[in-house]
Design a protein around this ligand. Structure first.
Ligand code: F0G
Length: 457
């Protein structure tokens, strides 16, 4: 088989700035060992996130000029609405400035004290929005989904038996909705099978519980279904995606991932009354229903991105290029979350640094060393993000896993950038025994990973 190449040429380039280890040591100390505080000019390869970091196409940029900025009834809104409706099949399409704004609206209507919300795994902002409403967010991933070294096709699946027990124990009146996150970003970027989506929806609907998708990476998930799940090989990714959405009553979407834009998102629902309530909040918090939190030109770029992301040459290249990084790291013996995910490679920091206990944040220690070593910025998804330290007793509750995510922006980096990343991770792996843990010296009560300050131990 021939090399799978980028299905595009590069038209515009942006220089990146080289720094040396001594400079990076000073910088890291200055930012309290929190990579979210870095100036991006001090980063060589930025794998902090795949969110909002995509390179837009010439057609998307053309859409930026085309955008109709009418306050109400913008032509760009109607194009956006048509494309989202074609892609998802949902009746009401409500534009928001990004995914978490859609979550905020949804959970301020459906959440609240005494409620519980199950998800295969909540992402951090989804969890925060559920909890801010007063409800409890509960993760029900399949058992194999939390064992990094285990290889399986659909490790993002919801644990259906656990879901049934959960509904029985809590009662459906306490469960305002159930969600599945595709792909499962907090657990290795792993896909969810069509069968699992179908059966989750069935269980929910039998119990009168609305079922939603957190659809940020729906196209990558649909491509995995095409290549891994029996019966989907001959179906187009567009048809697969449409089928995934057909089981749900609505979705939240961050366009910053699979709509290939730098900003934008939406909430889509079928229920007329829920849509009305959502639009009432939208007008107060985001904007008029035909622009939400966006400019007309953003809606154009989003509509165009949704068309491009379902092109199969693109998805083939996208999934292959992430797998490529994973395979190279495995060859070097580096422990990664298996198999490689759709948008990122997750290093298994627990296995990489067995001498650093979760309470000393191995993922953060690794993130810092990777920056010092190669100017690479990554993102800890472990006990800094999901662990909790009790303020009074000081007791520490670790996260399920200690992962370090190397998220790969869409259409941005070339194979040699990725080869460089692999070399750096390999070199850090060789000297892993010399790494030390970290200690948190200050933190905020919600989403502490964004602002916490650290000190090396
Ligand atoms: N849901 C999932 C699964 C996500 O990964 C994100 C964002 C959101 C919701 C929220 O969307 O950023 O547009 O408000 N994830 C980014 C990340 C930030 O780095 O994984 P948003």
């Amino acid at each position: 088989m021939k090399t799978i190449i980028e299905p595009f040429k590069i038209k515009t380039v942006e220089p990146i700035r080289f720094t040396n280890r001594i400079e990076r040591q000073k910088i890291l100390k200055r930012v309290g060992y929190n990579l979210f505080n870095l100036h991006s000019d001090d980063v060589l390869i930025d794998l902090l996130t795949d969110s909002g970091t995509s390179a837009m196409s010439a057609k998307q940029w053309a859409g930026i000029i085309e955008g109709d900025e009418a306050y109400a009834g913008s032509r760009s809104f109607y194009r956006f609405e048509r494309v989202v409706r074609n892609t998802t099949g949902f009746r009401h399409i409500i534009p928001t400035h990004q995914g978490r704004a859609a979550e905020k609206i949804l959970f301020s209507i459906m959440g609240g004290e005494g409620k519980v919300v199950p998800n295969n795994t909540h992402f951090d902002t989804t969890r925060a929005n559920v909890e801010m409403s007063g409800a409890e967010a509960v993760d029900l991933p399949v058992a194999e989904g939390v064992v990094p070294s285990l290889k399986a096709d659909f490790k993002g699946n919801m644990d259906l038996e656990a879901l049934k027990v959960f509904i029985q124990q809590n009662g459906s009146h306490r469960i305002p909705l159930c969600m599945i996150t595709v792909t499962n970003n907090s657990a290795g970027g792993q896909p969810v099978s069509m069968e699992n989506i179908r059966r989750t929806a069935e269980i929910c609907h039998l119990n009168g519980i609305p079922f939603f998708l957190d659809a940020c990476r729906f196209a990558e998930n649909a491509y995995f279904i095409k290549i891994r799940e029996k019966g989907y090989g001959n179906m187009s990714v567009r048809e697969i995606a449409r089928k995934m959405f057909s089981y749900a009553d609505g979705c939240t979407m961050s366009g910053k991932k699979d709509a290939l834009v730098n900003i934008g998102g939406f909430l889509a629902v079928n229920d007329d009354e829920l849509a009305q309530q959502a639009r009432n909040i939208l007008v107060v918090t985001e904007g008029f229903p035909t622009y939400g939190g966006l400019a007309g030109h953003d809606l154009e770029a989003l509509a165009q991105g949704l068309e491009e992301v379902l092109e199969e040459d693109y998805l083939k290249y996208r999934i292959r290029s992430v797998t490529y990084v994973g395979e190279k790291l495995i060859q070097l013996g580096v422990p990664i979350f298996q198999p490689p995910g759709g948008h990122a490679i997750y290093l298994d920091a627990k296995d990489f640094l067995p001498h650093i206990p979760p309470a000393a944040y191995p993922g953060q220690a690794l993130a810092c060393e990777l920056y010092l070593h190669g100017g690479i910025r990554s993102c800890e998804i472990g006990s800094v993000m999901f662990g909790k330290t009790h303020t009074e007793t000081g007791t520490f509750k670790p996260a399920r896993m200690e992962l370090l995510r190397l998220a790969i922006p869409r259409r941005v980096y070339t194979q040699s950038h990725m080869d460089y990343v692999v070399e750096c991770v390999g070199e850090v792996f060789k000297k892993r025994k010399s790494l030390h843990g970290m200690r948190i010296i200050s933190e905020s009560p919600v989403l502490r990973h964004f602002t916490a300050q650290f000190e090396p131990l």
